[in-house]
Design a protein around this ligand. Structure first.
Ligand SMILES: Cc1cc2nc3c(=O)[nH]c(=O)nc-3n(C[C@H](O)[C@H](O)[C@H](O)COP(=O)(O)O)c2cc1C
Length: 247
């Protein structure tokens, strides 16, 4: 199953047009079951997935889909990184099953639903359903992404960073940055500047969690042992260090 998630990275895309018919209940159950099996980046943060219908969601930028899946989390250090890492596994799972999906930075559960579930706060959601447009990219040419050189300092780990390079991000901002050293990758994000930082830091941290999901799947698929830690390391000015991957 995890190989399937890795292999779909080169094809996935955001799908914004959906067939509004509900998915079959067995398939919906399988999706909910997958939510129970998603691997955390930070195991001591409690999270929960919740699936909603279109009527249960408030979307400002109206992406109309028959279903949505949201992640709720304990509000602990690095919970945004963890939420991005976990919900991206769901995005890849949906795509691997030929279903369309799209991250939604502005959508919220409707007022009729609780903002918190079991003491966990709503973080972010994906829209999903049967696609009414191409569900996959036919080639890597279709990705609008920064080059490897723009997002990596140092050398090595090309195929690993490549998986992270293709990750989706809010408004395609791609603020991730990887400092590669011998047996170590420092995962950072760019400070977006004082005007936009307070607006974008939440989504950009989720984005880095998404890229870490891709990076980790690439390592796992090569059978590479790795240890991911969250610790304070000084990085060049203009960057914020979020995690270290030791190999
Ligand atoms: C955290 C996050 C929030 C996003 N929010 C929205 C959104 O509100 N509306 C939308 O149409 N797309 C949204 N997107 C999708 C991005 O625009 C899309 O991932 C990016 O442009 C790259 O395109 P791709 O996913 O097709 O590769 C979001 C993506 C992420 C990761």
């Amino acid at each position: 199953m995890r190989t399937e998630l890795y292999e779909i990275i080169e094809k996935r895309k955001s799908v914004r047009k959906f067939d509004m018919n509900s998915l079959d209940s067995v398939l919906l159950q399988q999706i909910k079951q997958f939510g129970e099996e998603v691997i955390p980046l930070i195991p001591d943060i409690r999270v929960k997935f919740n699936v909603y219908s279109h009527e249960e969601v408030k979307t400002l930028m109206a992406i109309k889909a028959p279903h949505y899946v949201g992640i709720y989390s304990e509000n602990k250090d690095n919970f945004l990184l963890n939420a991005g890492y976990m919900l991206q596994q769901m995005d890849l799972y949906l795509s691997a099953n030929n279903l369309g999906s799209c991250w939604l930075g502005m959508a919220k559960p409707s007022v009729a639903l609780p903002e918190a579930v079991d003491g966990l706060d709503f973080v972010i959601m994906l829209a999903f359903g049967n696609p009414k447009e191409e569900v996959h990219r036919s080639s890597k040419e279709g990705f609008k992404r920064k080059s490897l050189e723009e997002i990596r300092e140092g050398s090595g780990y090309e195929e690993i960073i490549e998986a992270a390079r293709l990750a989706p991000s809010a408004r395609n901002t791609q603020t991730w940055y990887f400092i590669c050293k011998e047996k170590e990758i420092l995962v950072c994000r760019r400070h977006t500047g004082f005007v936009t930082e307070h607006l974008m830091s939440r989504l950009n941290t989720i984005d880095v969690g998404i890229a870490m999901c891709h990076l980790d799947l690439a390592l796992e698929n090569r059978g590479m042992e790795r240890d991911i830690t969250i610790e304070d390391i000084t990085v060049p000015k203009g960057f914020i260090h979020l995690a270290t991957v030791r190999l």
